[in-house]
Design a protein around this ligand. Structure first.
Ligand code: GTP
Ligand code: SPV
Ligand code: MN
Length: 661
């Protein structure tokens, strides 16, 4: 293999102090090679992949990205020149992209896995598959409540009517990247071929992108192959809105686990196009993890230190837009406690030879929800987004600041000139939101002022507790602890949560979202439960499992949030910390699990009455009865024959506890 390496430490992000950065000669020479797209200097397996796909997609040019600051500057300038992004003058090296309003979120209905056997991917639903929606343009797609499947033959057909010639008139960018620290024992490599420069610039923030990745690639192709196109070859008859080419009618996000490949067409947004994230790190990741005996999960990872200086790490899975980034960056309201952030969306976790569960954050940045982020809710995130950030679909001020719902109502009352995500003047009388509900910031993790000192530790941090949760306006208490591992797996498997704007779902229906992974399972959910259950082995320190609900509302779900949330969530983490330390006296048994005994949650200084606290922890027999029925029905109907016996045992035990309650 030709040597393309960089053993020197070069800066990855712009230095806000403006310090001048120089590179050494060796690196400059490597860059020259990549700028000239010198394919023959790349590992053979990559050359073959690029040539194979370039032959089909027929780009005008191929650019092999080196990941340098200089290259990134040139890319941003080009995006600016072409009207894809605009500079936010009041921030430091920050940019705003406004998309075609048809391309604003993940499209779950067009996302699927293609394997030879359907059952490898999804369970057979008891009442058969849903009717296929012809407007999807996805032949014979099998859609279930737990993911979608297509046969390799049908995928070949769908690939054939999308990708040939799809990059005509455009450049194919080759993005080499690592999920996890480059070369780490848990890390994995991907190559994304894309015709979107916006995607390249976001991938550079979200992953470790750069030529040093090439060094880790062997001739057998030990990398995940990711192909992405916005699906608008040039010249085009299509009306391109906001200089954001996309092809919503033909969008598809396909995964081929048997070939370690992802093929994404038609969308430039978030999880549809930044293929290292959901496609690789979760869907393909969960398959690799099962095969190799570890876990790839939709989880944040945080470090928590008590006033005595004792530190633990916790992982937490909440569905999209349910509070992971906020919890990962929490500013404690209780003095003496400290939170440090390892990751805000994805965890790869593996038991080591000492039986400890070790977790890494495979990402390199945050792709965070903007609306609701403020000095009060998440002051840390606000610091992170001050520089080197790409915002998408937020509102802005005429003088180059950002704005979104919840950020700072003074900006509205002081009469700042606001421009909505749709590019229109916006005032508080406007009937549409200023920022899209799924508008996002994309920022480097290293900029987080509370980033954990071990966040890039290749072997990961030790996890003492796993938290599940979701948006449950009624019935589910603020916090409870599972009785044991098997019960904890059942708790994860029965997560339900209100729909959010992270995907195309409309309204606020309570959806099942097991393990917060429903849109991200790479394989049959029944097998996924079996895999989790199989992890409990002698000699392993199994983390305790919890469930939280920050979103309970008064008046049986009809009123306003009962719990203040955000920085006050430290009070719940404190209870968990003490339980993990073996303080059994602060928990009492209920049908859900152990909930805090009266007064064991510190609510000192909170504007919360005893009655409200009672309501937050209250448990209603009628609600429980309906919950048991709903969960059993869900497994019967959608997991069907794939349901492990242990899950039915847990449902029966839950039912018995409810009967006795
Ligand atoms: P994804 O990036 O889509 O996976 O979302 P996420 O799980 O990281 O959610 P995030 O932390 O971005 O929060 C989503 C929304 O929920 C934001 O509008 C937050 O302000 C709001 N939110 C987060 N934590 C809390 C909380 O403790 N209480 C309340 N009431 N709202 C919260
Ligand atoms: C999510 O939806 O869980 C996200 C945003 O984190 S996206 O990257 O679009 O998947
Ligand atoms: Mn997420």
């Amino acid at each position: 293999m030709a040597s393309i390496s960089s053993d020197n430490q070069h800066r990855h992000f712009e230095n806000i102090t403006g310090e001048h950065v120089t590179d050494d000669d060796k690196l400059l020479k490597l860059r020259e090679a990549t700028y000239r797209s010198n394919l023959t200097k790349l590992p053979k397996s990559i050359q073959d992949y690029i040539e194979e796909k370039a032959k089909i997609c027929q780009p005008d040019a191929i650019h092999i990205c080196d990941g340098s600051i200089e290259e990134n500057r040139a890319f941003l300038q080009s995006l600016q020149k072409n009207g894809v992004i605009q500079k936010l003058e009041k921030l430091n090296n920050c940019w705003l992209a406004l998309t075609d309003p048809k391309d604003v979120a993940r499209v779950e209905s067009r996302t699927f896995i293609s394997t030879k056997n359907l059952l490898d991917t999804i369970p057979q639903p008891q009442h058969g598959f849903k009717e296929i929606d012809a407007s999807l343009n996805l032949r014979n797609l099998k859609c279930s409540a737990l993911g979608n499947w297509m046969s390799p033959e049908d995928l070949e057909y769908e690939f054939g009517r999308r990708f040939p010639g799809c990059m005509k008139g455009r450049t194919m960018y080759v993005v080499p990247y690592s999920m996890g620290p480059v070369g780490g024992p848990i890390s994995k490599i991907g190559i994304e071929l894309t015709d979107s420069l916006y995607v390249v610039c976001n991938m550079r923030i979200m992953t470790r992108m750069g030529i040093d990745v090439f060094e880790k690639i062997d001739d057998h192709g030990n990398f995940v192959k990711c192909l992405h196109s916005v699906g608008v070859p040039l010249p085009t008859e299509r009306k391109i809105v906001n200089n954001w080419p996309c092809n919503p009618e033909m969008t598809m996000i396909a995964h081929l686990p048997e070939k370690n490949e992802v093929m994404s067409f038609g969308s430039g947004y978030g999880g549809n196009s930044l293929l290292g994230k959901k496609c690789f790190a979760l869907r393909l990741g969960s398959i690799i993890a099962k095969r190799e005996g570890w876990l790839a999960e939709h989880m944040l990872i945080l470090g928590i230190t008590n006033p005595q200086g004792v530190k633990k790490y916790i992982a937490a899975a909440f569905p999209s837009q349910c509070g992971k980034t906020n919890l990962a960056m929490l500013t404690p309201s209780v003095p003496g406690w400290k939170i440090e952030c390892v990751g805000d969306d994805i965890a790869w976790m593996k038991f080591n030879e000492r039986g400890e569960l070790r977790a890494i954050n495979p990402e390199n940045g945050f792709f965070g929800v903007c609306p609701g982020t403020s000095e009060h809710t998440n002051p840390i995130a606000l610091k992170v987004v001050q520089y080197n950030t790409i915002f998408t679909n937020v509102a802005h001020t005429a003088d180059g600041k950002v704005y979104w719902e919840g950020l700072d109502e003074n900006m509205v009352s002081h009469g700042e000139h606001l421009i909505s995500w749709k590019g229109k003047d916006w005032t508080k009388e406007s009937t549409e939101p200023a920022a899209h509900p799924n508008s996002r910031f994309c920022s480097p993790a290293e900029q987080c002022p509370i980033i954990d000192p071990n966040w890039e530790s290749p072997e990961g941090v030790p996890i003492s507790a796993i938290i599940f949760g979701g948006r449950r306006p009624a019935g589910v208490p603020l916090i409870y602890e599972a009785f044991n591992w098997e019960h904890g797996v059942f708790v994860g498997a029965s997560i339900r949560s209100e729909a959010t704007a992270a995907a195309e779902h409309k309204g606020k229906a309570i959806m099942h979202d097991p393990f917060a992974m429903r849109p991200f399972f790479g394989y049959n959910f029944g097998d996924y439960c079996k895999h989790w259950l199989s992890l409990n082995k002698d000699g392993r320190k199994m983390p305790r499992i919890y469930n939280v609900n920050w979103f309970r509302k008064s008046n049986n779900g009809q009123g306003s949030f009962l719990w203040p949330g955000f920085g006050e969530n430290i009070r719940v983490l404190e209870w968990i910390f003490k339980r993990v330390d073996g303080n059994e006296s602060i928990g009492q048994q209920t049908p859900f699990g152990y909930v805090p005994t009266a007064d064991s949650l510190d609510i000192n200084g909170l504007d919360l009455t005893q009655d409200q606290m009672k309501e937050l922890l209250s448990i209603d027999k009628q609600f429980l009865k309906e919950e048991v029925i709903e969960i059993r029905k869900y497994f019967d109907e959608y997991v069907n024959d794939s349901t492990p016996a242990e899950i039915y045992k847990q449902i029966d035990l839950f039912n018995e506890r409810v009967d006795k309650f």
